[in-house]
Design a protein around this ligand. Sequence first.
Ligand SMILES: C[S@@+](CC[C@H](N)C(=O)[O-])C[C@H]1O[C@@H](n2cnc3c(N)ncnc32)[C@H](O)[C@@H]1O
Length: 315
Amino acid sequence: MTEFQHESVLAAQTVELLAPRGGGLYCDATLGAGGHARRILEASAPDGRLIGIDRDPSALAAARATLAPFEDRVTFVHGAFSELPAILGALGAKPLDGVLVDLGVSSPQLDRAERGFSFTREGPLDMRMDPTRGETCEELLRRVSIDELAEILREYGEEKFAGRIARTIKERLRDGEVRTTTQLAAVIARAMPKWSMRHDKIDPATRSFQALRIAVNRELDELDAFLAAFPDLLGPGGRCVVIAFHSLEDRRVKERFRELEWTSRLPPDLAASAGERLTPICRTLAKKPIIAEDDERDRNPRARSAKLRACEKAA
Ligand SMILES: C[S@@+](CC[C@H](N)C(=O)[O-])C[C@H]1O[C@@H](n2cnc3c(N)ncnc32)[C@H](O)[C@@H]1O
């Protein structure tokens, strides 16, 4: 499927840190076009297995084409990674040797006007990664109050003019003037003070569209559920790699990995009697987040904001 193309970010670094090997069981919880998954399957030849999950049926179709040569070693699942414990349970899977989460949307999701993610392409106000379920962006905009909308724009988009943008969107929505992505982008631009746009290097709609996408797809709830569950899904020495694209995501990953590494500062006998942890649950594999090299950043603009973190479950 050539029209579904997505260049995998930090691919070599991901495989190095997941360290796939023959006989292992891996999960790519954000399969996308299958680029990372293909590398994991190559590195775990001849008999490593992969469970590939995506909430977008068109991504799964593209990944099936990419991964056709490895068909007998892959299980495809349509679902959200917050459901990972239930998905693995239903498959009767043994503990994982590695799990990958490459967050956010794929290039084809952004590029296809009919998905409603892009403010430069006229499309419906949808923005769902999984078009088979959940509330569309338009339904969300109609349901929430002005204050709730302002909170979404402020919290998920760090938008300084959240209040005035929220008020204008709700007014124009009521008047039937906001039906498409480009209409919404124009309303956002009109709501912003002119002077603010003179200094902004990005399109005035960028932050609001990011915020709405995060809210529609409940992206931070998804990530929190994954981060809470993954240690129990890994076997001893199993590894977890997460690639994040903005600080709201990366901060959560960093804090969770740090929490899993934490052990008691009390002397061992006191810690044991207080029921505190004496050994870490997981060990962080790189103290600083891994970022893309210059050549990847030049080639692939998505790579510029990517931060990779990895940890390993204690043996
Ligand atoms: C950045 S792309 C992944 C690209 C992939 N690593 C590759 O190499 O082609 C992110 C994918 O994750 C999916 N996704 C995002 N959040 C998800 C979630 N909570 N559960 C399952 N899939 C999700 C999106 O639909 C999208 O296809």
